[in-house]
Design a protein around this ligand. Structure first.
Ligand code: COA
Length: 208
């Protein structure tokens, strides 16, 4: 199995967006909570999410998201229905080398920040290639966030000089496979091992 999905990045252009739309955005971060701000997204019910690079301070928010996610979501993301990531492992995951990995998180606006999704890519041995993974908390699935995250990741990857994204996906993960079909219809999918497939997306190809 490839490395367990993460992400990198230097100074990315900022984007704001609605469900399927991102555009260059110039406004500055408005608070520390918005440090490393990348994009925003409005749900159909009006709630706003903002996206930024992950920070080591996000550890409790991530631990909380993992502890309340469904067994299926955890299984599809980690290939194991873990309920708790050991704090030391979480700290290591959050100490990113941005020249190599990018990890973005999406938070719901409000007095208490709530982390509801995340996506990452980590460069792999082949030049200009990276492994990706994304997760949307069960309470926020089927609202367009997975599509938004994947498009954002692809855009960031291109900006970062990456040409190929690969992902390891369980064959039972219909949602993720359909998401790839929708956003990157030119992707290829091959059996990897067990019930896991390897999906490859050429970032140079057209994004639908
Ligand atoms: C897969 C996942 C990221 C999708 O995120 P999401 O926010 O629910 O997806 P979206 O609402 O953006 O859906 C976009 C498209 O993906 C497809 N899709 C997503 N979930 C689906 C599901 N459960 N069944 C069928 N199609 C689905 C649809 O084509 C959908 O387009 P539509 O709404 O026009 O039908 C999310 O379910 C998740 O985090 N799952 C657990 C972790 C995981 O599997 N990660 C992938 C590891 S690589």
């Amino acid at each position: 199995m490839g490395p367990s999905a993460l992400l990198a990045g230097g100074a990315f252009q900022k984007f704001s967006g609605t469900q399927n739309n991102m555009r260059p955005q110039t406004s500055e971060p408005i608070s520390n909570a918005r440090l490393d701000w990348l994009a925003e997204f409005q749900l159909a019910d009006g709630r706003k999410l903002f996206f930024r690079h992950v920070s080591p301070d996000d550890e409790p928010l991530i631990a909380s998201a993992i502890s309340t996610a469904s067994r299926q979501t955890l299984l599809h993301r980690f290939f194991s229905p873990i309920r708790k990531v050991p704090p030391e492992m979480l700290r290591r995951m959050l100490a990113l080398d941005r020249s190599h990995e990018v990890c973005i998180v999406g938070l719901v606006e409000g007095s208490e920040p709530k982390l509801v999704c995340g996506a990452r890519y980590v460069r792999i041995e082949e030049a200009e290639a990276a492994e990706i993974a994304l997760t949307v908390h069960d309470d926020f699935q089927r609202l367009g966030l997975g599509e938004f995250l994947l498009r954002l990741l692809m855009r960031m990857g291109r900006e970062d000089g990456i040409r190929i994204f690969e992902a390891y996906v369980m064959n039972s993960n219909v949602g993720m496979l359909k998401l790839f079909e929708k956003v990157a219809p030119g992707h290829s999918r091959r059996h990897y091992e067990g019930d896991v497939s390897r999906v490859v997306i050429e970032l140079g190809s057209k994004v639908s």
